[in-house]
Design a protein around this ligand. Sequence first.
Ligand code: MN
Ligand code: MN
Length: 341
Amino acid sequence: MARALNESTACRRHHVGPIPRQFTHGMAGFPFLSDTRFLQLPVAEPRHPYVVAGLPWDGSVTNRPGARFGPRAIRTASHMLCDATHPLFDVSPIGQAGDAGDIVLPHASHAAMQQAIQAAAIRLLGRHHTVWLGGDHSVTLPILRALRQRHARPLALLHFDAHCDTWPDHFGEPSGHGTWVREAVLEGLVDPRATVQVGIRSAAERSARDFVVDRGGQVWTSRALRGLDGSMALAPIEAEIRRCLSGGRPGDPPPVYLSLDIDVIDPGFAPGTGTPEPGGLSTSQVLTLLEDLFDLPFVGMDCVEVSPPYDHAELTASVAATLVWTYLCGRIRSKKTPFAP
Ligand code: MN
Ligand code: MN
């Protein structure tokens, strides 16, 4: 009944539950609506090609925790996107996507977290193109294990981050949020020659900073991207990124996974994260890259390290919601031809 009541506008039609009209009138579609799903999407069903799933885990951070609250904050911030029709791609995830909720994870065991995420990923990937809301960055490794198994070949990796995440250990422990790229390469989950890192700028010894470059991939540091904004300025770099991600096989490119650590964005734009690094990319730089590279053969995305306790005015959660929405709309747009952004 409530669904029928709310089908009069795009903003209202995903509101579900037995809510009388007098309590919904005039309050659909904005952040004060107590909806808990990304873009107010319906609960995920098998008919949805795309789903969003939360990974509320921050047991593997090196500094400030709080990313376990990231999925909830990103979902709330996404309500500002209302009917979610993208102004560039002219499509909306509404009707094609659902929200699978948060994956139930342990509170403390890193190994149990990895097992739970890999099992959930295998289950979801069987039906849906899945976008993951972190969570700290350690959640990515079990997702890559599931994708490697599903696609039966090493993946290409497009990795936005202030940090290289190729350290050999987690301050004495074997695995954490700063080790997953190295682990993924050493496990054969991703092809290092088809790996691109963007926005790297943190302190790190050379062997970690250049881990990907030393194995044939690309690293575009924040310094290399300073002053480059807009499609015209970024076009030469985008061409290089495309060349690398094709893995030297333009006719049979590997599937691409997009991992986006929100700390790639300058803390001035996105302060709510556990390990902020000044001197980062602007939101528009990252958006331009995502928009222009929309037609790559992506098979999944995560947006991680949003830590709401350190956020202000929902700035960081809003950036994350916008980036995830842009990715989803790019995926949907890429299925339609012809299109040139
Ligand atoms: Mn990271
Ligand atoms: Mn980072």
